[in-house]
Ligand binder design. Structure first.
Ligand code: NAD
Length: 492
């Protein structure tokens, strides 16, 4: 057995042992085994990282964008070469299946590829002769030191919604991974080190609340990207804004799908199950509520119960496994309590996934796919983000009622419709109050050249991660108006 390591930080181009007083255990959720210890770095350590990033900024911003992206080209190749290892690290610390981890890393790499186009994307605009002999131009400049605070459920992909764009735009950067899954970023920073990026340009600080608060309060932090639960997103948004920072805070979700009677039921149930149970339901775009309309109810319900019961649950490293564990024993208990709450509120527990026995993995944190039927739309189970493999079924008689139900939710991350009607699809796309919409498809994280949207309590800010929004977020515009003497024949 390999020795348990205490994870270092990466500050100013060097790996350094944290002086943290407290460490947390990093556990493989499929086996319950301790795999590393993560330091809860102090504010002083965060401040040191910000200081070196601020010093590095003065040179990095002057490095031509075409030169800056050369490091990203190198990183892309290193990520490809280490693809399998990174995917299996994600599975070991996060629990998802190897196929899901590979999908995650693929999307991370796509973000690096898109950010390599920054020399084009960062271009400004200009207009000659806004008045006779006067020109006006708008240029984009980097902000300075920026930071990302990450959740546990996509340890490889989520930092890449921001990091490559921040660097390519000329900013310097601090990454604070989730303390539950810090290993993937350790490996990625070992690759970042190999790219030869100048020291201080990108730094890794492990930690939790103290580290986050230090980022929020430091005067040299210009912009913060956050992804995590809604209460923490609100906290980061308000404290960061009070300190004058630019913010984009992606929060939690409670995603509904609507199934109309004319939908292709075989395809719909397969997609709905993947959406609800993929990554053990620990995706901010996972389906959590399915609203059947009219005659869709019986066929959809029966097929979903069958798929949920048959899903193969186990260690994500086993290639035949279709769903891994949830992240922690606390999460497992929270999900099981919410299932019981649904029953107490009057729902019918159609498929009960609590306390499964997974042979060989008795210490893992497993919850099998669970389906609650006839869930009360105003009850706690219908309103609370479960973040586990639990689907709540509701039933209405018209598409208008279904859309009203969708739009009554607190969150607005994702909503889907399954139908064969173009008119119904258009109505839904137009009226649904969510930032990511699926029509006859579950919503995966958008391709890297689209911003990752999110409405209502799923997002706080203006500009989203990825694509053009990332370029806007990581740059500030400057408008220059110029007039020069028109005496061209002048001699000196
Ligand atoms: P979390 O909010 O518990 O933690 C996220 C980050 O915030 C971590 O780095 C953590 O250290 C930090 N943090 C936690 N509590 C804090 C506090 N009180 N003060 C300062 N910092 C704090 O989220 P999680 O459990 O890691 O991730 C799951 C959540 O993330 C779910 O709600 C999910 O919907 C959401 N999520 C949203 C998106 C999206 O794009 N909208 C994507 C992925 C995950």
């Amino acid at each position: 057995m390999e020795p348990i390591i205490t994870l270092p930080n990466y500050i100013n181009g060097q790996w350094s042992t944290s002086t943290a007083a407290q460490h947390l255990a990093v556990i493989n959720p499929a086996t319950g085994e301790l795999i590393a210890k993560v330091p809860l770095s102090s504010a002083a350590e965060v401040n040191e990282a910000i200081q070196v990033a601020a010093e590095a900024f003065t040179t990095w911003r002057r490095t031509p964008a075409t030169e800056r992206v050369q490091y990203l080209f190198k990183l892309k190749n290193l990520l490809e070469e280490n693809f399998q290892d990174l995917a299996s690290t994600i599975t070991q610390e996060c629990g998802k299946t190897l196929a899901e981890s590979k999908g995650e890393m693929r999307r991370a790499i796509e973000n690096v590829e898109i950010a390599c186009g920054i020399p084009m994307m960062m271009q400004g605009t200009n207009l000659e002769d806004i008045a006779r002999g006067i020109d006006e131009i708008m240029i984009r400049q980097p902000l300075g030191v920026c930071a990302v605070i990450c959740p546990f459920n996509f340890p490889g992909m989520i930092p890449f919604w921001f990091l490559p764009y921040a660097l390519a735009c000329g900013n310097t950067y601090i990454v604070k991974p989730s303390e539950k899954v810090p290993l993937t970023m350790q490996k990625i920073f070992q690759l970042i080190e190999k790219t030869g990026l100048p020291k201080g340009v990108v730094n890794l600080v492990n930690g939790a609340k103290e580290a986050v608060d230090a980022i929020l309060d430091h005067p040299q932090i210009r912009a913060i990207s956050f992804v995590g639960s809604t209460p923490v997103a609100k906290y980061i948004y308000s404290r960061g804004a009070a300190n004058g920072k630019r913010l984009q805070c992606q929060g939690g979700a409670k995603n509904p799908i609507i199934v109309l009677p004319d939908a292709d039921m075989t395809m719909t149930t397969r997609i709905a199950a993947d959406s609800a149970f993929g990554c053990a339901g620990q995706r901010c775009l996972a389906a959590s509520i399915a609203v059947t309309v009219g005659e869709a109810r019986n066929t959809f319900t029966e097929a979903m119960a069958e798929i949920a019961t048959k899903r193969i649950v186990g260690n994500g490293l086993d290639l035949n496994v279709e769903m891994g564990p949830v992240i922690s024993t606390e999460s497992q208990a929270r999900i099981e309590n919410l299932i019981q709450k649904g029953v107490d509120e009057g729902a019918n527990l159609l498929v009960d996934g609590r306390k499964p026995q997974i042979s060989g993995y008795e210490n893992g944190y497993f919850v099998r796919p669970t389906i609650l039927q006839d869930v009360n739309p105003s009850g706690k189970i219908a309103k609370t983000e479960i973040f586990g493999p639990v689907l709540s079924l509701m039933h209405v008689n018209t598409i208008d009622e279904a859309i009203a139900l969708v739009n009554s939710g607190q969150y607005g991350n994702m909503a889907c419709l399954f139908t064969n009607s173009g008119a119904a699809a258009r109505k839904f796309r137009y009226e649904a109050e969510a930032g990511n919409i699926g029509i006859n498809i579950g919503v995966a994280a958008p391709m890297a050249f689209f911003p990752f949207s999110g409405w209502k309590d799923s997002f706080f800010g203006d500009l989203h991660g990825q694509g053009n929004h990332a370029v806007e977020f990581f740059t500030q515009t400057k408008v220059v108006v110029e007039r020069w003497p028109s005496d061209w024949s002048r001699t000196f």
